[in-house]
Design a protein around this ligand. Structure first.
Ligand SMILES: N[C@@H](CCC(=O)N[C@@H](CS)C(=O)NCC(=O)O)C(=O)O
Length: 205
């Protein structure tokens, strides 16, 4: 089976998948697209890779799987990174869905606008009007994680899972988007725990 990751290297959504692949020790090819110049919006990309015009997409032989957390679930099935217990497996999915609804649209989007997206001031008035709500939503997400992690080392169960990997990706760079991590000590300790795992790679790898 051949794996190819269609990605933009600075994307946290792509990093999630690379981080899991590193822990699994699985070889894969990388295909980089410049999302800033619309390389994921070409007719060829839309027809063949992802009709939704976005990376990351995990290619498994000749099949294409868009959505970062779907790729995490696919790769983790049968490994130590996805609990076998049905409740814990569903609880893992809970965190993946929550990441996409409450965390990533706030924290990742503000990071994107602030960094390689050109800066907040360069955004359209419509996007600038969303900044305050995203700051509130992102802060609420970090606070929820901090409270959850007060009594446990990992988001689900007693070991690192794809729930932790999915949330690590944009949490560890949240300060790029103007969020403060120092006020969330349990999140900081959890980030350090993940980074200390054997096989960990940085987002720049
Ligand atoms: N829900 C998707 C989000 C994918 C996404 O937003 N990708 C961004 C980069 S992180 C992208 O490809 N943007 C380019 C564009 O929209 O043209 C996932 O988790 O994979």
């Amino acid at each position: 089976m051949t794996l190819t990751l269609h990605e933009f290297a600075r994307s946290g959504n792509a990093y999630k998948i690379r981080l899991l692949l590193a822990h699994l020790g699985r070889p894969y090819a990388r295909r980089e697209y410049d999302i800033l110049t619309g390389e994921t919006r070409t007719p060829e990309f839309l027809a063949k890779v992802n009709a939704n015009g976005r990376i990351p997409v995990l290619q498994v032989d000749d099949k294409f799987l868009p959505e970062s957390n779907a790729a995490l679930f696919y790769l983790a099935e049968g490994t130590r990174y996805l609990p076998a217990d049905t409740f814990d497996k569903a609880d893992t999915l809970r965190w993946l869905f929550w990441e996409q609804y409450n965390h990533e649209p706030n924290i990742a989007t503000l990071r994107y606008w602030a960094t390689y997206g050109g800066g907040w001031d360069a955004q359209s008035p419509a996007k600038q009007a969303q900044i305050a709500a995203k700051q509130v939503g992102g802060e609420e997400a970090l606070a929820l994680m901090d409270a959850h992690l007060a009594a446990r080392d990992w988001l689900v169960g007693a070991a690192m899972s794809i729930a932790d990997i999915a949330l690590y990706a944009y949490t560890h760079v949240a300060e790029d988007g103007g969020f403060e991590l120092a006020t969330h000590p349990n999140v900081l300790a959890w980030l350090a725990r993940i980074a200390a795992q054997p096989g960990h790679i940085p987002i720049t790898a």
